[in-house]
Design a protein around this ligand. Sequence first.
Ligand code: UD1
Length: 403
Amino acid sequence: MKAVILAAGKGTRMGPLTENRPKVMLPVANRPLLEHIILTLKIAGIRDILMVTGYCKEKIEDYFNDGSKLGVNIEYVEQKAQKGTADAIASAKNLMDERFLVTNGDVLAASSDIKNLLKADGDVIIGSKKVASPEEYGILYVKGKRVEKIVEKPKSSTSDIANAGIYVFSPEIFDAIKNTMPSPRGEYEITDSIQQIIDSGKHAGFVLLEKWQDIGFPWHVLEVNEMMLTDGTDIQWEIRGEVEPLATLKGNVSVGKGTIIRNGSYIIGPVVIGNDCDIGPNCFIRPATSIGDGVRIGNAVEVKNSIVMNATHIGHLSYVGDSIIGEGCNFGAGTKIANLRHDGRTVMVELAGRKLNSGRRKLGVIMGDDVHTGINSMMNVGAVVAGGACIDPGEYVKGVYGK
Ligand code: UD1
């Protein structure tokens, strides 16, 4: 069976993280999110993939090429304007003549879940998951094994079964898409096309997925990073660089080629460190941290449960907790990030003009690429720092900063 991956969107809810890359290319355990999806499909037996790309499409195509490095075949089709998920799936019309799988590029399930979807009977099969906030999802109203109704992001709902954004369709979905009208948010939504299939009396089935993660907001990237580092199957825990004799590595730690871990570094896995990094001396790297390529973590720096992207330098006396730090950033000595509110409440974050409750007690900053911080600068919980921002020495940053 072939699979279509929808990867044309920007991911505006990711704030500065998607200024220079699409959401699907955000690094999770040092691989793009999309790579984890492809590997999951491969384990489930799918080798032929059609990728629908749009925003920053060259970043995706340059990285994956024809897929041979991952042992799959990838073709690309461009969705010129992002007019909605139904429109994105319509780009696959001439290439799908049998049943096929579709997955959003921003959801991760287990291979066993994908296998269960492929085995299920029905004209349409919808992967689904019970959720705490139905208003954020497409919601399924079911009777027995049938889906009777699907409603996109209802204001209130009597069902908590969400559309997980993973489906098995037959080619008749393309006729339904042709007859789909724009939704109130002005998009062609695949959920409306599915409703047409249901209305025509066909059987829409659903499969409850065991392991599913939706990656809508930056803190979801941290959650998936932790999940992948803790029980992902595609990480090779190898030391390919140099570890000086007085450095301590505990638990699962992966060290890339050309990387040096200097004496006095204390690293507690799971931690992945990319190629050509310079780590230590005397730093403390704590669990669930992913450090990209060409990163410098210097003396008396502590990093915890964070993603630090390529070529970022955190040279001395800094603390980074529960944060996502973009590429090419440079931290002045003594830069500190707060990651816990004094009042014990969950951390609020402002993204795309909305104040959102992250639901997390611990969350540091969301930082774009090429940010420079001055010495002794301080960032409050949930701060969002735009790419290219320059923070003054001693400056206190909170809320949205830069641009
Ligand atoms: C979608 C589903 C929702 C489901 C949720 C699960 C629709 C209409 N809604 O909502 O029912 O509960 O996923 O996470 O499908 N994309 C394109 N081209 C486009 C638009 C989107 O390729 O024109 C891609 C995006 O890059 C992304 C995926 O499709 O990977 C999902 O798009 P998004 O707009 O984020 O859908 P949701 O609002 O999350």
